[in-house]
Design a protein around this ligand. Structure first.
Ligand SMILES: [Cu+2]
Length: 280
């Protein structure tokens, strides 16, 4: 009896004292609030692995495309360069770096991406147009942010381990394996020669990629033939990588890249970067 009580006590002690092994610190987490037409985001964040949590508190679709400014370039330089590029349908200047950021999210929803940030001057931008065709950035939806080496924690933090990878190419999305319903950490690698994005939209029952492309070719008139927008990674330079998380219910989804082509200025989705996947 006594021995048995002792064994029990030992077991209780062992359970109480079994702590999980120390884990490497995760990425720094930064919240971004999006509304019409502004971002609520800190002005300075530390460099290193960073998870952005984008909350859409507005009534329209928004994303938070992260642009790195070249040395000495200001937000005013950025604004005038964007105006000139949009007016003349020219590619963005080479001093703009595209660093990812959370992609389009339905009003009321939240999406996350993780990327490793180099120190420098950045701008969060929403390139998504309103129903009037004017991109939100032209309505003032941009926010400058300094990524500071000084504020970086010792020991850094690690990027999350991914469940699958999607390669962005000129012009396709290549999945490392087929998807089933569930929650995934997706590693996105831009293996193309150009900047690309990936954004995921659910298709309502009965709608297909064809419906989306017909809507697109007709000049994007009327409501989008899509359901929920699940995020993804906003425009990221060739060679860049990032992770995003997404939860897939059974159904059909679109993978899209709307970034303008370096040669003809057309969105990449008309060059083939529009893929329908079915999750059973
Ligand atoms: Cu693309």
């Amino acid at each position: 009896m006594h021995a048995r009580r002792l064994a029990l006590a030992t077991l209780v002690w062992a359970v109480a004292c079994s702590r999980p092994a120390p884990r490497a610190p995760g990425p720094n987490v930064v919240s971004i609030m999006a509304s019409e037409y502004a971002f609520g985001v800190p002005d300075t964040i530390p460099a290193g692995p960073t998870t952005f949590v984008l909350v859409n508190r507005g009534n329209e679709l928004h994303h938070a495309s992260l642009v790195r400014l070249g040395d000495g370039k200001t937000v005013a330089d950025f604004q005038s360069a964007v105006e000139a590029a949009m007016k003349n349908h020219t590619p963005p200047p080479a001093w703009m770096g595209f660093a990812g950021g959370p992609n389009a999210v339905t009003p009321g929803d939240t999406v996350t991406t993780t990327q490793t940030l180099e120190p420098g001057s950045y701008v969060f931008v929403c390139w998504i147009p309103s129903a009037d065709g004017v991109p939100h950035v032209m309505k003032g939806m941009l926010h400058s942010m300094v990524v500071s080496a000084a504020a970086t924690r010792a020991g850094g933090g690690a990027e999350p381990a991914a469940d699958l990878s999607i390669k962005l190419t000129d012009y396709d999305f290549q999945l490392s394996r087929p998807l089933a319903a569930g929650r995934y950490v997706v590693q996105v690698e831009n293996a193309g020669a150009q900047a690309h994005e990936i954004v995921i939209a659910a298709l309502p029952p009965g709608k297909t990629l064809r419906d989306f492309l017909v809507w697109e070719r007709a000049g994007e008139k009327g409501p989008l033939p899509t359901g929920r927008w699940l995020g993804g990674v906003s425009t990221i330079d060739a060679g860049g990588h990032a992770q995003f998380t997404a939860t897939f219910a059974p159904g059909s989804y679109l993978l899209l890249c709307s970034w303008p082509d370096a040669k003809d200025g057309m969105p990449h989705l008309v060059h083939g970067m529009a893929k329908e996947i079915r999750i059973g």
